[in-house]
Design a protein around this ligand. Structure first.
Ligand code: F6P
Length: 327
């Protein structure tokens, strides 16, 4: 069944992620292919509220597939969380004749779009774009692969200096509620331990693993800590270890927003292209109020209600491997 959508509004919202531009390009070019108009809504829901809307065509998304960030810019809009804000946004959607919406972002983006659909009935699809890979209903989110590669490169560099000085490093990676970047960069970077929000490791357990050099015979240790660790971030953990022992020469590196920038990997570009096309084809064929995802290399459509408040479970096998190899 093909519905009558003619003009699609496209936005990026929440934390930017490498590969968002590749997804924008894919959406715009798929729209061109299917003879649909597409408008870019700037700065996520903020631009929707303010009517900051531009025309996009196949040429205006040239030369962006390799660029980090998002040409549509992004924001975390507080106003869109209010009924008044959404009402204001709807005025502009109506004025521009937008009859379908595609939003690229994370869970906050989905919740906003779901509410907007419930209130105004505009057919909507979200594309998962966040470095955190924390969204249920898709094996991967756009940006996760690039961010993890960036983290691994940083860990490799830190390893050189850590070893030269026999130092214990706490390296903090992003992930407010998610250990995906930590666990994967920890395995790939050969970390001695990985601390993630999804696992209840106590500080005593961590301290025992460090073993004051005696048990492990390690000259230096790299500990990868996810931002959302329940026993404290990298600085807090370093402080606790220092308070307990003066054996270690401890340093801390917080990788921070550098993980969000940079040119997307081939994986993220391909993923973004698949999801972008999937979103347009889904919307045209009547999929609605849902998130397009990739499961076992196939495009799937998940109803918002089924995935919105669900956490993408941490890969138990990856965790098992990380522990086994970090002896
Ligand atoms: O959701 C992506 C993310 O990078 C998280 O890993 C991090 O906690 C958060 O965004 C940081 O957000 P902001 O850039 O708004 O500080």
């Amino acid at each position: 069944m093909e519905n009558k959508i003619l003009k699609i509004g496209l936005l990026t919202s929440g934390g930017d992620a490498p590969g968002m531009n590749a997804a924008i390009r894919a959406v715009v070019r798929a729209c061109t292919f299917y003879k649909k108009n597409v408008l870019g809504i700037m700065r996520g829901y903020e631009g929707m509220i303010e009517g900051d809307i531009i025309k996009l065509d196949a040429r205006s998304v040239g030369n962006i597939i390799q660029r980090g960030g998002t040409i549509l810019k992004s924001a975390r809009s507080k106003e869109f969380r209010t009924p008044e804000g959404r009402q204001e946004a709807f005025k502009h959607i109506k004025k521009h004749g937008i009859d379908g919406l595609i939003a690229i972002g994370g869970d906050g983006t989905f919740i906003g779009l779901h509410k907007f659909f419930e209130e105004f009935g505009i057919p909507s699809i979200c594309i998962p774009g966040t470095i955190d890979n924390d969204l249920a209903g898709t094996d991967y989110t756009i940006g996760f692969d690039t961010a993890t590669n960036t983290a691994v490169e940083a860990i490799d560099r830190i390893r050189d200096t850590a070893l030269s000085h026999n130092r214990l490093f706490f390296i903090e990676v992003m992930g407010r509620n998610s250990g995906y970047i930590a666990i994967n960069s920890g395995i790939a970077g050969g970390a001695a331990a990985v601390i993630i929000p999804e696992e209840n490791m106590s500080f005593d357990q961590l301290y025992a693993m460090l073993g004051e050099g005696g048990k492990t015979n390690r000259k230096s240790n790299l500990i990868v800590v996810a931002e959302g660790s329940k026993i404290g971030g990298a600085h807090a953990l370093a402080k606790q270890v220092a308070e307990r022992s003066d054996y270690f020469d401890i340093k801390v590196t917080v990788l921070g927003h550098m993980q969000r920038g940079g040119s997307p990997t081939y994986f993220d570009r391909v993923l973004a292209s698949q999801l972008g096309v999937g979103a347009v084809e889904g919307l045209i064929s009547g999929e609605n109020d849902c998130m397009v995802g990739i499961r076992n290399k196939r495009i799937v459509y998940n109803k918002f209600g089924d995935v919105m408040y669900k956490h993408h479970d941490i890969d138990a096998e990856a965790l098992r491997i990380a522990k086994m190899l970090s002896i």
